[in-house]
Write a protein that binds this ligand. Structure first.
Ligand SMILES: Nc1ncnc2c1ncn2[C@@H]1O[C@H](COP(=O)(O)OP(=O)(O)OP(=O)(O)O)[C@@H](O)[C@H]1O
Ligand SMILES: [Mg+2]
Length: 349
């Protein structure tokens, strides 16, 4: 008999030790009988044989244990642990009999990440719908006006058609950006392999955006050193376009102020080729910097929208660079401009 108990005890601790998630076993007086390594790591204050209530403050959990002991029916409960960081656990509470005694096994599953992903997905759908609804509502409004009150007003019709074209373009761009984002996300694990001349690419994008810069009274200065990176040219063009276009949009001088400059620099740095875009605009407050690459995040939604922005540009940049095994660095001193550095690994034949 004693031998059987020993074997059973060894089996129990061996079995829970083999489980990847935290597992605790308590007696019918809710004293800790056994716990595996993930459980000890999670609750360093646990004491063997001590009542669970003293080391784990979770009223819902203790209520559930009491119910399960009473009814014998297993339960699932959620438990939000706030210290040291907020984590959500799903706990499976189940009773079992062994050697005439009753025990309760608690199996914890960390649901923090899946809850975060779910929340991100919900926010994303809400944001995308909202961004599409605004131009769509405006298009519908103008169509109705053109069918009704403005039917014979030639001048109004021209003006409205102009606005409608702009709104429709905005919707098309939004859909394009969303599709690009999802395409890049799907191929995130596939590293691009072509050799791309980052300096030539930057000069090309600079030339393409020079007229826009001029309209905004900005001068695009460029300084390049040879840097051959491993990448996908079209995607890296989008990175350069987004960063330079942002510099133009957000650092343009006000009426009456003198023209400003945007500095574009390409150079190798360590194992990376770096494309740096520096502007002399208002810069970005430190608390906003980590959020800029979130989808739809804009410091000033009104300002961005007025310039046709949807807040997807930097999210795309970040994803593209991640696929390249590179990264985006952002630094800014508010009032003294911002610097965005896109880094992609140098090409090694
Ligand atoms: N050079 C910059 N100076 C100041 N703020 C910037 C700069 N670049 C980006 N930002 C801020 O970051 C936000 C996010 O930029 P992002 O490129 O992702 O979106 P957007 O430019 O608003 O829209 P889109 O790129 O889709 O046209 C911008 O709305 C702006 O508030
Ligand atoms: Mg942008």
């Amino acid at each position: 008999m004693n031998e059987a108990i020993e074997v059973a005890g060894a089996l129990l601790s061996g079995l829970i030790e083999a489980m990847p998630e935290p597992v605790l076993v308590v007696s019918d007086t809710v004293r800790l009988v056994a716990a595996n390594a993930p459980a000890w790591a999670l609750f360093p204050h646990l004491r063997p044989q001590a009542p669970l209530t003293t080391s784990l403050r979770a009223v819902d959990l203790h209520d559930a244990i009491a119910r399960v002991l009473h009814t014998g029916q297993a339960e699932n409960i959620s438990w939000l642990d706030r210290v040291p960081v907020e984590r959500l656990f799903q706990i499976h509470v189940a009773a079992f009999h062994a050697q005439e005694a009753r025990f309760v096994a608690l199996t914890l599953h960390d649901a923090t990440e899946s809850r975060r992903l779910e929340q991100t997905r919900v926010d994303f759908v809400a944001n995308a719908s909202h961004e599409l609804r605004t131009p769509l509502a405006s298009l519908l409004g103008f169509i109705e006006t053109l069918q009704g009150p403005a039917r014979n007003d030639f001048e109004a019709r021209e003006r409205f058609l102009g606005i409608m074209l702009e709104q429709a373009r905005r919707m098309a761009r939004l859909v394009d950006d969303l599709l690009s984002l999802s395409r890049i996300e799907q191929t995130l694990h596939l590293r691009p392999r072509a050799a791309v001349d980052l300096a030539g690419l930057a000069r090309h994008v600079r030339d393409a955006l020079a007229p826009l810069a001029q309209d905004n009274r900005l001068v695009l200065e460029i300084d390049t050193e040879p840097a051959l990176v491993r990448g996908d040219r079209d995607e890296l063009v989008r990175v350069a376009e987004n960063l330079i276009e942002n510099a133009i949009k957000y650092s343009a001088p006000e009426r009456g102020e003198e023209a400003r400059r945007v500095w574009i620099r390409v150079a190798p740095r360590g194992a990376f080729g770096v494309l740096e875009v520096h502007d002399e605009g208002p810069g970005i407050a430190p608390e906003n910097i980590p959020r800029l690459t979130e989808r739809f995040y804009r410091v000033d939604v009104g300002q961005s929208r007025a310039k046709g922005g949807t807040g997807l540009g930097l999210a795309l940049v970040k994803h593209i660079l991640a696929r390249h095994r590179g990264r985006l660095e952002i630094s800014s001193e508010p009032g003294r401009g911002a610097t965005f550095s896109a880094m992609a690994p140098l090409y090694e034949p």
